[in-house]
Write a new protein. Structure first.
Length: 201
């Protein structure tokens, strides 16, 4: 997704313009965001060059991976692309089952990752939701979509044996900025067992 937006980006705003736009949104972000993320001067310089800004953020349990890019596309278009994931996955070995209590703006998703022998498969259940309070407090200029683990009790019956992933959370920010959209993605994951954390995040 981020690479696609990078290819479509044009007429990049300057680093100062992007930094100013981000700063203007800080009150709402600090007050209402489910996850707090920060962008640096180096990030804004990278974004102004039409590139993806990438960083690893130290965090308890597992570092958080962050990626950001500015795009001339509307937030509506990008938002629809983010949520249109029913029949789309980048990982062929990942099985997804949408659980029954899913509703608009909120869903629970079971995921099973088939790993090559002798590594044991992993699975988890995510709760994915839109931050409606953030949208309202920012006068609809910041949209946030986040996910986090639920509990092992939510695993559908009849699923094959697998190790529960202890950490899996992240989100998207779509921020109105410089006549386009500042897209910020972040995630952290630990799949457990003997697989090194550095190989995941």
């Amino acid at each position: 997704m981020i690479l696609l937006l990078c290819q479509l980006a044009a007429a990049q705003p300057s680093a100062d313009q992007l930094a100013q736009a981000w700063a203007e949104h800080q009150p709402a972000l600090k007050a209402e965001a489910f996850h707090q993320v920060s962008l640096t001067e180096e990030d804004f310089s990278t974004l102004a060059e039409g590139k993806v800004a990438r960083r690893r953020l130290p965090a308890s349990g597992s570092d958080r991976a962050l990626g950001a890019i500015w795009s001339p596309l509307s937030r509506d278009a990008i938002w629809l692309a983010i949520q249109d994931d029913k029949d789309f996955t980048l990982v062929e070995s990942l099985t997804e089952i949408q659980l029954e209590d899913t509703a608009w703006g909120h869903k629970r998703l079971y995921q099973h990752l088939d790993l090559p022998w002798p590594v044991t498969d992993r699975h988890w259940v995510l709760e994915i939701k839109n931050n409606v309070v953030m949208a309202k407090s920012s006068q609809d200029r910041i949209w946030e979509r986040v996910w986090d683990l639920t509990t092992e009790s939510d695993i559908p019956t009849g699923r094959p044996e697998a190790i529960w992933s202890p950490i899996n959370d992240g989100g998207w920010f779509l921020v109105d900025a410089c006549g386009g959209t500042l897209v910020v993605y972040h995630a952290r994951s630990v799949i457990g067992g003997s697989v090194p954390r550095e190989a995941v995040t």
